[in-house]
Design a protein around this ligand. Sequence first.
Ligand code: PMV
Length: 347
Amino acid sequence: MYTKDAQVAWRSPSNIALVKYWGKYGIQLPRNASVSFTLTNAYTNMSIAYQPKSNNEQGVSLYFLFEGQENAKFAQKIQVFLETLVPIFPFLTQLHLNISSSNSFPHSSGIASSASSMSALALCLCSIEQQLLNDFADNEAFLHKASEIARLGSGSAARSVYPYAAVWGYHNDIADSANEYAIPFAMHPYFNTYCNTILIVSRAEKTVSSRAGHALMNDHPYADARYTHANNQLSNLVPILQTGDAQGFINIVENEALTLHGLMMNSNPSFILLHPNTLHIINQIRAFRHDTNIPLCFTLDAGPNVHLLYPAEFATQVQPFIQTNLLAYCQDNYFIEDKVGDGPQKI
Ligand code: PMV
């Protein structure tokens, strides 16, 4: 029995997919394998203080603060999620949890926080398990479980527990890959230097939820072709990531971004999440690349904001280009500087 109060805390980053996860089945299992860069500056800090429950109430007991304020909507979501985890973490019914969460990026920045927040929550839960039961064989076993729990909260969050890059979803060419959890992916160190400048075309919240978006793939006429294509894209991207081939990277990564939006546009119902300014930015990036031969490229999430990807050695050329040619297309000239990072930290 747990008699004393204790606390765990993690900082966990967001990630940006290169080959996209779009379409799922069962309990948050992916229809195709995906790979992402783990980011640095877009992160969630989460702490959970826990103590033995003082009453005999059933279920999970928690108090939740988001950015220092009570937030009933988020608290309810976490409550529901934690109830589903009781079979995995039976101790959850014996504790009262004080959860406090905050993001490094503003709430209305157009940046989704599910990957960073769900991975932070999963890491905290595994740390509580470690403190109470001391039952992880090693750090690998700890991260493996954290990835699986993160996936249950938000599929893409499974990838955020690893530094630099992670693969999630079974893939023939990738040893130990699995649908239930992500695994770390060892890249050529050149890709560890990649910058990710996020151009905020719109700060508005997404008009299609991630759940509804994935559901669009269920009756999609191109679904099977997409899943095969995604797995082929990953087969082609693996050697590029392993050899540091910055030119080879561009075609696959840009095609993945536009394929994701193509699938949304030709879904039924159809969604157009690209903004005219997204297209202006893409055209500018392609013209810059043509003129300079600098391997600057873009990817997109399920929204209008543009993630620029480029090696750090070209930052001195790319940054003035962003200032003079791209910022005019951003809402309030807003952008976020991020880069590939070394994964979550215990704080
Ligand atoms: O993890 P979810 O359910 O929010 O889905 C993420 C989907 C994309 O961001 C569009 C792609 C990806 O692989 O991260």
